[in-house]
Design a protein around this ligand. Structure first.
Ligand SMILES: Nc1ncnc2c1ncn2[C@@H]1O[C@H](COP(=O)(O)OP(=O)(O)OP(=O)(O)O)[C@@H](O)[C@H]1O
Length: 566
């Protein structure tokens, strides 16, 4: 067991991230007055011991100490409380409340996507945490499922947001100067990816991605390389899962607005998500369903987002998802592994020779010598290589001519097998699965299919109130394809020539006989013609007469012939 300061003993590793290792630890004695929570001897805590590279960077140590008061005062039921910060020699550690329970990334991986109601309620609590921190001027910038711990209590799981301090450490002047980023493309907001100024709106974007991932099992943007993913954040719209309730999609779309000024505040997001959760469930009353459909009205753009200081010129990619990303120096995109852990994105530093294996600046400039300029404030030195790479990628995209193509002229669309299959009919909201487990998991690991929705409530959900929706390109409707007439083929493939005709003749004969019988029996005809004989007797007589007549004809012709020859 290793001591941390004089107050804590590390017992067992709980997990490792890109910025450090988290330990289960025990308190030896009550912490000093500077700690937010003094604690009791024997109490169990979690301690994140930051990597040596961080701990040995004077900038980071300074920032760590400067942020102490901010981190220690951040208290909220949905935020993992930081109890103490320890700086000792080369050791930098955050003492936190120990959360017994998995993180959301692991939970999602093991249990599959959530129902819309459960996802909305869980994200609402994350938004509560963001609202509290934003009100305090703290922007997380590293929102991702791995940073949401699920505390187990009363058979329910309470999401708790953690790692608040880490993104702030990444703001270290040392980091910005050497152009190294801690972050993961899957959760990065477009403005962060472009190195534009960041505000609390980056957390709202992260919450939108998290919500999308909760209901589908994966974040909306993926790709073979980190650059590809970042590019999608900048220019692609997320694909809507077909069975997602309209109100939930409205929330996701607003959070994922490319323009940060269009995103709602965390407080409004939390409120909107609760309205959605109560309006799309199976037990929703008509008024609740109506309110959910009008959720867009609650998602007005945040008029005063909290600014993130010192961002805007090659700012760190503060948002990280669940993928460790290393971009090769010189801008070449490294391999993108969306299932790895948190990200460190070194890029070409001065001279373009950043070490892609280096997690964070170590000791100073290349070569490891201490950098004498380190204590100085960051100097913005032109656009960050990331910006250049992304702009170049975007320019390439813009050069691609996108022309309107008449769908009837589109050879692919005309091929029936290429026509996209008609989307399944949108089912009414309300999934009765919430409550199956604490968070209404849908089951099926990583399943892309969102939860099937229960049949409508007795009352039909009222019509959607018209919301000003962002304009999206909608291709002109295709002319309906002519219906193919069924050829009505007999499944019996053997064909007998003339069989159809013969059947027709026999059928006609049968009808004639039946008609004749009916006329004979039902009219006085039999009395007039055959002295009351029945139909069949009369027919038999006629048949005999015809037979006699034919044989007489034959006999007379024979006798005639014989006379001639005599
Ligand atoms: N307060 C805590 N209580 C219990 N477990 C924790 C606590 N904080 C973190 N953990 C666990 O420790 C592990 C590592 O955490 P850490 O924050 O280092 O990982 P990460 O979020 O994947 O990486 P990063 O450093 O990039 O944020 C995670 O699996 C997490 O569940």
């Amino acid at each position: 067991m290793r001591p941390v300061g004089s107050k804590y003993l590390l017992e067992e590793v709980l997990g490792r991230g890109a910025t450090g290792t988290v330990w289960r630890a025990r308190q030896r004695e009550a912490a000093g007055a500077e700690a937010a929570v003094q604690g009791q001897p024997g109490e169990t805590v979690a301690i994140k011991v930051l990597k040596e590279e961080l701990a040995s960077d004077p900038d980071i140590v300074m920032r760590f100490l400067r942020e102490r008061s901010v981190l220690l005062r951040l208290t909220h039921p949905n935020i993992v409380r930081t109890r103490d910060l320890v700086v000792e020699g080369d050791l930098l550690a955050l003492v936190m409340d120990l959360v017994e329970g998995p993180d959301l990334h692991r939970y999602l991986r093991e249990n599959g996507p959530f129902t819309p109601v459960a996802a909305a309620l869980l994200t609402a609590q994350v938004a509560d945490a963001l609202a509290a921190s934003h009100a305090d001027g703290v922007v997380h910038r590293d929102l991702k499922p791995a940073n949401v711990l699920l505390a187990d209590g009363d058979g329910q799981m309470h999401p708790k947001l953690t790692d608040f301090g880490i993104a702030r450490l990444a703001d270290s002047p040392g980091l910005t100067r050497t152009h190294e980023f801690v972050g993961t493309p899957a959760y990065v907001a477009p403005e962060s990816a472009e190195g534009r100024p960041q505000t609390s709106a980056v957390d709202i974007y992260g919450a939108g991605i998290l919500l999308y991932e909760l209901v589908t099992g994966r974040p909306p943007f993926g790709g073979a390389t980190a650059l590809e993913v970042l590019h999608q954040h900048l220019s692609e719209e997320p694909r809507r899962p077909t069975t997602l309730p309209d109100p939930l999609w409205t929330v996701i779309e607003r959070c994922l607005s490319k323009n940060p000024d269009q995103r709602p505040s965390a407080e409004n997001l939390a409120r909107a998500l609760r309205v959605v959760a109560s309006g799309v469930g199976v037990h929703a009353a008509p008024a609740q369903a109506e309110a959910a459909l009008g959720v867009g009205a609650l998602l007005a753009p945040d008029p005063a987002p909290a600014p993130v200081p010192d961002t805007g010129t090659g700012a760190p990619l503060g948002n990280a998802a669940d993928a460790t990303q290393v971009l090769a120096p010189g801008g070449g995109p490294g391999p993108y592994d969306p299932n790895a852990a948190t990200s460190v994105l070194p890029s070409a530093g001065a001279g373009g020779n950043a070490d892609p294996t280096q997690v964070l600046p170590h000791g100073g400039g290349p070569g490891g010598e201490a950098d004498p300029t380190r204590a100085m404030p960051p100097v913005p030195d032109g656009p960050h290589p990331w910006e250049n790479q992304l702009r170049a990628a975007r320019d390439r995209n813009e050069q691609t001519q996108v022309q309107y193509l008449d769908p009837s002229q589109d050879p692919l669309r005309r091929r029936p097998h290429r026509r996209p299959s008609a989307p399944p009919p949108q089912q009414p909201y309300g999934q009765g699965q919430y409550g199956q487990d604490p968070y209404g998991q849908q089951g099926g690991y990583g399943g892309q299919a969102p939860a099937p929705y229960a049949p409508p409530q007795p009352a039909q959900p009222p019509r959607r109130r018209q919301e000003p929706q962002p304009q999206r390109y909608a291709p002109p409707p295709e002319p309906p394809a002519p219906r193919r007439e069924s050829r009505g083929r007999n499944p019996n493939r053997m064909r007998i020539p003339g069989l159809g005709c013969l059947k027709g003749c026999l059928f006609t004969l049968l009808i004639l006989v039946a008609a004749a019988w009916a006329v004979w029996e039902l009219t006085p005809l039999q009395d007039w013609v055959a002295q009351g004989k029945s139909f069949w007797e009369a027919v038999g007589d006629w048949f005999t007469q015809v037979q006699d007549w034919v044989s007489q004809l034959g006999g007379s012709s024979d006798s005639g012939g014989g006379a001639g020859t005599q």
